[in-house]
Design a protein around this ligand. Structure first.
Ligand code: MG
Length: 336
């Protein structure tokens, strides 16, 4: 088999590659009974005394390196910090490896590093180690990065993406599809017709507010494959169904417009500054209020609830119900 673009696209095809080639061949996948590779969660954990270290790692191949609303520097920090945050842990530090193409402009590199710094400062995260490599002109497309994130959570308090309970409410922290759609619009040359920008942002502030306000049962950042992929993964791993309300899911009108133009479902494209969570029904309103106090969570909504069953369903305003499947692959390659 030859690796195809779809093997890195976050859908079912990638899932198969992970289970059949990667998981099968790795012997030790967890430490001290913490969350390990098998869980395929946003990060792993290592229990130590009264705490758990949360560790996650992320590759960044986004094209182009500078896009409306961000650049590879911001997305590398945000993406990594967010995977730590959705484990319920305060992000503390990251490391960063860069592989740069020979001939790359050092001014652009400095812009990217400054952007990383700005994003780190937003959530008080330090960059504590790194690696820099250069490859020949014809062997690499610009710049790729790999970032590792570390956070800390009280022992037993890490939040998985597999622990939804029937009756929980589902909250999304804001509008869906902004990142994927803005990137597609930009690549297709529509950037002058729309002021749509990526939502790329570190969301620890949202999670912190939500944790204080109520009980989060499960959490995930809806990146590649978008809302459809994230909610299906959470439901499947938790062994339950989900009923979403179509008219409650926030979608910006610019996103809707681009999505109609390109024929791509906004529920299926990446978000880079959003959190999807299950919360107990008693605390849902309080959590929503808390999230909305954060600048990145102002458009948060309760969009559905966890039900018995195995499917993710969407109820339309006219009363019909359709199945929301996980996409086979992300319709947009190299978005993160
Ligand atoms: Mg994630």
């Amino acid at each position: 088999m030859k690796i195809k673009m779809s093997h890195g696209a976050g859908g079912e095809v990638m899932g198969k590659l992970i289970s059949e080639i990667i998981l099968k061949n790795i012997s030790k996948k967890s430490v001290n009974g913490g969350i390990g590779l098998d869980a395929l969660d946003d990060g792993g954990t290592i229990p130590l005394d009264n705490y758990e270290i949360v560790l996650t790692t992320d590759g960044h191949t986004i094209n182009p390196l500078f896009f409306p609303g961000g650049d590879i520097g911001r997305i590398s920090v945000a993406g990594t910090v967010n995977d730590v945050a959705v484990m319920g842990a305060k992000p503390i530090a990251i490391t960063n490896a860069m592989i740069i193409r020979e001939g790359f402009n050092s001014d652009d590199l400095e812009k990217i590093i400054k952007s990383m710094d700005e994003t780190c400062k937003e959530v008080d995260v330090a960059l504590i180690a790194g690696d820099t490599k250069v490859m020949e002109q014809d062997k690499l497309d610009g710049l790729v990065m790999a970032t590792t994130g570390l956070g800390i959570v009280e022992k037993g308090k890490a939040i998985k993406d597999s622990s939804l309970e029937i009756g929980d409410k589902i909250i999304i922290s804001g509008s869906v599809g902004d990142h994927g759609m803005s990137l597609m619009a930009f690549r297709e040359g529509f950037e002058f017709e729309t002021d749509l920008i990526s939502d790329v942002a570190p969301i620890w502030g949202i999670v912190e507010k939500a944790l204080k306000a109520g009980t989060i049962t499960a959490m995930k950042d809806p990146t590649r494959g978008g809302l459809s992929n994230a909610i299906n993964e959470m439901a499947k791993k938790s062994g339950c169904g989900v009923m979403l309300q179509d008219d409650l899911i926030p979608v910006k009108k610019e996103v809707k417009a681009v999505s109609d133009m390109l024929g791509v479902d906004p529920y299926e494209v990446a978000n880079e500054g959003k959190v999807l969570m299950g919360v107990t029904s008693e605390s849902a309103e309080q959590v929503l209020k808390g999230i909305r106090k954060n600048k990145y969570g102002r458009d948060a909504e309760i969009i559905g609830e966890v039900i018995e069953g195995k499917r993710v369903l969407v109820e339309t305003p006219v009363g019909g119900t359709r199945i929301l499947e996980a996409p086979i692959e992300d319709p947009v390659p190299r978005v993160c």
